[in-house]
Design a protein around this ligand. Structure first.
Ligand code: HT7
Ligand code: ZN
Length: 872
């Protein structure tokens, strides 16, 4: 398959000014008529043909300015249609036929639960009609939908409805007009028998916006949280960014079959139903939180993505990194900032750092791809968000806002680059970001080293910071990054010290941002009465790995006193990590773990501290994160060590855990607010520790919680504790859960995931058996993620079992899946990319599967790229 390079970018030779689309919807044979009003770009030569992308389309007719085009004027191949001899401007009419019900890739127009829906990002529109399917071609869309009135009463597309009526043969139609020019990846249509809830939002300038959420009718009682989240997001974007909504309606549709989380189509978002539907008895606190965040994310795209869009797909982080930053900040403001930051850093360090260290490493702005769908990655999204966060840190809240205002003002209605974004930040603030731009172009995670020197005579503390970035594929030499290091110094009682850098007249507060631009720089602080403890990367101010030579006593001090929630949590995690990585499991007894036990005891009793932060402090580092510190990765060793330490903590702290659990017992009505969710989080963490003791009283506690739970969070936590234990009732409870929830597809996903991640010797056999269960389906992405991805990426011991059976099973599933849905297959294949990190036996097992994927006849571009790049 061909590789696309950023360096080959050429502006479009032809622009499409307006598009009229007509759909005669039929599940097996939908007819699409399009009228493209085209114009040759000023620099384009008169003989340049117009290229229209097209895939899996049946061409029924083509005409120019009302006259059918003869065959010598166009050429049709697998990639699309090339039309020659066009005038400078005119109207091309094209008719195609497509089969939505046979569309198993879920890209283009497809059916889900009998309803029609679309997914056009990144390159799905070309599966609907012939069109220049690239984001820098922006047009005004008018869309008419026709369908059977009884089977398909709801007909939706982008913009505002401008006409509707009855047709012959029991059909009806609606015409929609979107006044904003947009690239075709933002096109959407939804049609079917759907119910809806409706609300209204008045923008700060007084415009009334109708808000709709469309779902299958049996889900109408699960939409309220999504609607409330939408209104919060709309208000937040006005308050924090001064951005108002611009159409008369905003529609959200939930579908069960969707490759990703959601899609920001102009005025008509399509969502994976898991990010819309919530009721206390069916959705967990985490689900409620994710819904708020994804609803916010898609809404924020209306400005960061839709009004200002990407010039080409290499610029994907322009909209995704910025929008993730926006949704993270939204969630911080709606809930707890510290908890949000720790969660976001956890995702970055466990997934993105791993990507950066492997064969798929790529810059935030990649420079080549085979299948763009493979680049919707944690690097583009989450590291991209960190890059925007660093801009925020360097420019300050005000400067950053001025930069954003200028960016939106300059580029409204345009398709632009990440460079345009940084240019606006520079122009608005006068700050040079020349070196900072390297964050977009250089892959890899920079490593930071600190050397500290205290001079008691001079009362100075010198901090020397050194940076280094390891090579990544195709980038052997790296230039130094511009790294903001938010920091402070504290004394041995944990009190913050005023910070005065050498040469400064007065101290400038107790926290400041050092800018490390060279490979090595020394910062000297004055008036420091005794050797201080430096606190670096407050709020995790840069996506780097920081090596610090803290003593255990210093870590204990910071974990008890540091004011920044991230650094405080990090100190405790480092203590735990050291224990886990430097002792064999059998040595992780109460004596060895004494400092950790005592810190945990204090945390359990510290009722003044936010329960969610207490829960985070008490959670041991994840195996996936620990894996970053060992070579080779031995999954069962990491798992055994973690389990051993958990048991030691559980035994040593049993009365404290029981007391904390009881104290947090609540009886009132469920509310997903951050404080209540934090209390449940801590209580359920106590339960998971208690059950580690594997005795009857712990089993009874979990069984009682399962039976009495008034919400899904508590119910699922109890079930999870039981499933991972040897409790004699575990199978009966699992059965009970399924029989209670088998009609609710999203709850069944939880049931599948619990089993796939179960800490048991027979999990692989169980997962294999579940692929034949009526609850599972290889055609539904959520089911694949819930069972197969949960096993391959959430159960390292099961997947990496020494026999290689886990690899063979998942490899075979991927190859089968690739014939139906390449995007989902290649996402699942990510479990194999890190194969070089394991021992030779495992390497051989994983490599064999990757080779089989790469060499399979008819392999998709998506899967080929992942397999081939991984093999190197
Ligand atoms: N912008 C959306 C991306 C997306 C997508 C990409 C490839 C294949 C399927 C997809 N569904 C949605 C999601 C977002 O980041 O908002
Ligand atoms: Zn997005």
């Amino acid at each position: 398959p061909a590789t696309v390079y950023l360096k080959d970018y050429q502006p479009p030779a032809w622009q499409i000014e307006a598009v009229e689309l007509e759909f005669d919807l039929d599940p097996q044979a939908t007819r699409v008529r399009s009228r493209l009003q085209f114009r040759r770009a000023p620099e384009t030569g008169p003989d340049t043909p117009l290229h229209l992308d097209g895939e899996a389309l049946e061409l029924l007719g083509i005409a120019l300015d009302g006259e059918p085009l003869t065959a010598d004027r166009y050429r049709l191949d697998e990639a699309g249609l090339e039309v020659r001899g066009l005038p400078e401007t005119g109207v091309l009419e094209i008719e195609t036929r497509i089969n939505p019900s046979a569309n198993t890739e879920l890209s283009g127009l497809y059916t889900s639960s009998g309803n029609f829906c679309t997914q056009c990002e990144a390159e799905g529109f070309r599966r609907i009609t012939f069109y220049p399917d690239r984001p820098d071609v922006m047009a005004r869309f008018t869309t008419t939908l026709r369908a059977d009135k009884v089977a398909t009463p709801v007909l939706l597309s982008n913009g505002n409805p401008i006409a509707s009526g009855e047709l012959e043969d029991g059909r009806h139609y609606v015409t929609w007009q979107d006044p904003f020019p947009k690239p075709c990846y933002l096109f959407a249509l939804v049609a079917g028998d759907l119910g809806w809830i409706r609300d209204r939002f008045v923008t700060r300038s007084g415009r009334e916006v109708d808000l709709y959420i469309y779902v299958q009718k049996h889900n109408l009682d699960k939409c309220d949280h999504a609607m409330a989240s939408l209104k919060h997001a709309m208000r937040w974007d006005e308050e924090v960014y001064g951005r108002e909504y611009d159409l008369d309606r905003y529609m959200i549709v939930a579908v069960d079959d969707f490759n990703m989380g959601a899609m920001e189509n102009k005025g008509l978002n399509v969502f994976n139903s898991r990010y819309v539907l919530a009721r206390p008895d069916t959705a967990t606190d985490a689900d409620y939180q994710n819904i708020e965040s994804v609803i916010g994310h898609e809404y924020f795209h209306n400005w960061s993505g839709n009004r200002v869009t990407c010039r080409d797909w290499f610029q994907l982080s322009l909209k995704e990194g910025f929008t993730v930053f926006r949704d993270q900040e939204f969630s911080s403001d709606m809930n707890s900032r510290g908890v949000q930051r720790i969660g976001d850093v956890n995702i970055l360090r466990t997934h993105q750092f791993r990507e950066d260290a492997g064969p798929m490493a790529h810059p935030v702005k990649p420079d080549h791809y085979v299948a763009i769908d493979n680049f919707y990655t944690v690097t583009v999204y989450n590291k991209g968000a960190e890059v925007v966060r660093m801009l925020h840190t360097l420019l300050g809240t005000e400067g950053f806002r001025r930069g954003c205002d200028l960016y939106f003002e300059r580029h409204d209605g345009q398709a632009v680059t990440t460079d345009d974004f940084v240019n606006a930040m520079e122009a608005a603030t006068g700050v040079s970001l020349q070196q900072f731009r390297r964050w977009y172009d250089q892959a890899g995670t920079p490593e930071l080293e600190l050397e500290r020197h205290y001079d008691p005579q001079a009362r100075t503390c010198a901090l020397t910071l050194r940076q280094h970035c390891p090579p990544t594929p195709g980038q052997s030499d790296k230039q130094p990054f511009h790294i903001p290091v938010a920091m402070g110094l504290c004394d041995r009682e944990g009190r913050a010290l005023p910070l005065r850098l050498y040469g400064e007249a007065a101290a400038g507060g107790e926290s400041r941002v050092l800018e490390l631009c060279r490979e090595e720089e020394t910062f000297v602080f004055q008036d420091i009465p005794a050797e201080p403890v430096p606190v670096l990367l407050r709020g995790f101010s840069a996506p780097v790995k920081l090596a610090l030579d803290y003593t255990d006593a210093e870590l204990a001090l910071l974990s008890a006193h540091e004011r920044d929630p991230f650094c405080r949590w990090e100190a405790g995690q480092t203590l735990a990590r050291r224990l886990l990585l430097t002792h064999p499991p059998q040595a992780l007894d109460a004596d060895t773990a004494r400092p950790l036990i005592e810190a945990a005891r204090r945390t359990l009793a510290d009722t003044a501290l936010d329960p969610a932060l207490r829960a985070l402090a008490l959670t041991l580092p994840a195996e996936g994160y620990l894996a970053e510190f060992v070579d080779p990765i031995e999954p069962e060793q990491l798992h055994t060590a973690r389990q051993a330490l958990r048991l030691t903590l559980s035994r040593a702290l049993r009365p404290d855990l029981e007391a904390c659990y009881e104290q947090l017992t609540e009886t009132g009505a469920y509310s997903p607010d951050a404080a209540s969710a934090g209390r449940r989080r801590l209580r359920n963490l106590c339960l998971s520790y208690l059950i580690a003791c594997e005795d009857d009283s712990a089993y009874q506690l979990a069984l009682r919680q399962y039976e009495q739970a008034g919400n899904m969070t508590d119910s699922l936590a109890a079930l999870q504790a039981l499933v991972n234990s040897d409790c004699p009732q575990r199978e009966a409870v699992l059965e009970d859960f399924y029989s209670r929830w088998q009609q609710d597809t999203l709850v069944v996903d939880k049931w599948l995931s619990l089993q796939a991640t179960a800490d048991r010797a027979d999990t692989l056999e169980r997962v294999q058996a579940l692929t034949g269960h009526p609850a599972f389906s290889l055609t539904n992405p959520n089911k694949v993620y819930a069972l197969l991805r949960a096993f391959a990426q959430g159960n390292p011991v099961g997947f990496h079992q020494a026999s290689g059976a886990g690899y063979r099973f998942i490899g075979e599933q991927i190859r089968t899946l690739d014939g139906r849905n390449p995007q989902v297959a290649s996402r699942l294949a990510a479990a194999f990319t890190d194969w070089r990190r394991y021992n030779p036996t495992r390497q051989a097992g994983m490599r064999t599967e990757l080779e089989k994927m790469r060499d399979a006849g008819g392999v998709s571009r998506d899967l080929y790229e992942i397999a081939a790049r991984s093999l190197g």
